[in-house]
Design a protein around this ligand. Structure first.
Ligand code: HBI
Ligand code: FE
Length: 288
């Protein structure tokens, strides 16, 4: 079918919004761009990303050179956790996205950022989606968490709590931190695929770092186009998975009846605060 994507492009797609990757369409320049982004992040993430992420990079051989072929990548990933990677033009509708995740398919953008957008772009390109998201899918516990998120999304539809669920994804899958015996580490895809935020999220005094609390973070607004004002910290991926293994029914009811929304920089009395940020970066106007 012919669709207009959320970013306004006309593309012919399958019923589930997937397209053929057409790996052969990527130019030498585009493969080189992947290699440069890869080398830069790999170096930066040593001692910053969690062991599970670094392990995933190695297991999936994402460093073989050039933009990965999704069929090879899916074959490796499939053996580890049963996940596969499918190509999509860019953002897909929420219900389609949830259906892919619930069936252990990760939809990855089938284009790479331009040279001009090397350091920052808002849409999910193949570097963000594959380098950022796919290594964690090689971890069995995280792989189950992502499937649970997809299923939770399907149940959330029509209950008016989609915004709350999107915040869970944002603050964990995209921007999550994990406290380890070696110190604070990154696991969020939005962070690991960004040079500047890989440093900022761990080393800046500005943002809050607060312990993961499912309902609390589902009630907390976020910025989509700048560094986060709060990062949520887990102790283990088991903690994350167990939080989502409960029946979401009562939680969804409470979210609807409380109808509460906290600011991105709020600190509440019950929060377990790892670091209270100065918020200096946001107060100075952020990315201006
Ligand atoms: N589509 N390709 C793609 N990637 C995403 O991360 C994505 C999406 N569609 C919807 C979406 N994310 C979120 O709005 C949901 O988590 C709610
Ligand atoms: Fe993402």
């Amino acid at each position: 079918m012919l669709i207009t994507t959320r970013l306004g492009r006309q593309v012919e797609v399958n019923a589930d919004y997937t397209v053929d990757q057409h790996w052969e369409h990527f130019t030498a320049e585009e493969h080189d761009r992947w290699d440069r982004l890869y080398a830069r992040q790999e170096q930066l993430l040593e001692g910053r990303a969690c062991d599970e992420f670094m392990q995933g990079l190695k297991l999936l051989k994402l460093s073989d050179g050039g933009i990965p072929r999704f069929d090879d990548l899916s074959a490796r990933l499939g053996k580890l956790t049963g996940w596969s990677v499918v190509a999509v033009p860019d953002l897909v509708p929420d219900d389609v996205f949830f259906d892919h995740l619930a069936n252990r398919r990760f939809p990855a953008g089938n284009f790479i950022r331009s040279e001009r957008e090397l350091d920052y772009l808002q849409e999910p390109d193949v570097f963000h989606d594959v380098f950022g998201h796919v290594p964690m899918l090689a971890n069995p516990v995280f792989a189950d968490y992502m499937e649970a998120y997809g299923k939770g999304g399907q149940r959330a539809q029509g209950k008016g709590v989609l915004a709350n669920l999107a915040r869970l994804y944002w603050y964990t899958v995209e921007f999550g931190l994990i406290s380890t015996k070696d110190g604070m580490r990154i696991y969020g895809a939005g962070i690991v695929s960004s040079k500047a935020e890989s440093i900022y999220s761990l080393e800046s005094d500005s943002p809050h770092r607060i312990h993961f609390d499912l309902k609390r973070l589902m009630q907390t607004d976020y910025k989509i186009d700048d560094f986060q004002q709060t990062y949520w910290v887990i102790d283990s991926f088991k903690e994350l998975l167990e939080a989502t293994y409960q029946d979401f029914g009562p939680l969804y009811d409470a979210l609807v009846s409380e109808n509460m929304k906290h600011a991105p920089d709020a600190i509440l009395t019950d929060d377990r605060v790892h670091h209270e940020g100065t918020q200096a970066y946001a107060r100075a106007g952020g990315r201006l």
